[in-house]
Design a protein around this ligand. Structure first.
Ligand code: ATP
Ligand code: MG
Length: 149
């Protein structure tokens, strides 16, 4: 299904901000307007990455930047937060099912399935998801989705 990226993203952001009005989300879309994809799967990816950005934010730095831009074979959806960040040694673990980093930010009511689910969806869509992070600075989750799914 062909989606309008601007409209789709704004709908996702609006729904999120009804729940968390104090959290700021900035959207940058470069040189692209539409994308052929499954909006249900894409909304689930947005949802999980936005919830994480909110949950693992630092006090006073509640901001997420979502950037969408073209790369060779598809689109990159980049979610960059200014949250607590992730230690290098944990980066390989966070996509595992039921894995949660043990620290004081650990939230009740979390299962540790959000990123594992995102990764399954992205793989199913023939894309990939990667993360860059610095403890105390923030994290960036990059989701690549190819044009031909
Ligand atoms: P669930 O998503 O199932 O409610 P969860 O958020 O703990 O639970 P995941 O979304 O899979 O699980 O994330 C796994 C772990 O990775 C989290 O417990 C958290 O420690 C870490 N993490 C995920 N996203 C971020 C982020 N944006 N900033 C810092 N740490 C993160
Ligand atoms: Mg999560």
């Amino acid at each position: 299904q062909e989606i309008n990226l601007e409209v789709f993203s704004h709908n996702m952001i609006d729904a999120f901000q009804l729940k968390y009005p104090d959290y700021e989300i900035e959207l940058n879309i470069e040189d692209v307007t539409h994308f052929f994809t499954d909006p249900v799967l894409l909304s689930s990816i947005y949802h999980n990455l936005m919830e994480n950005a909110y949950k693992y934010a630092m006090p006073g730095q509640k901001k997420l930047e979502i950037s969408i831009y073209r790369i060779k074979k598809g689109l990159m959806f980049s979610f960059k937060d200014q949250g607590i960040g992730i230690e290098d040694s944990e980066l390989e673990n966070i996509f595992k099912k039921f894995y949660r980093i043990q620290n004081r930010y650990n939230q009740q009511g979390s299962v540790g399935l959000g990123l594992a689910f995102c990764k399954e969806l992205v793989n199913f869509m023939n894309g990939n998801i990667t993360v860059k992070s610095k403890p105390g600075k923030g994290s960036q989750f990059d989701v690549m989705l190819p044009y031909d799914i």
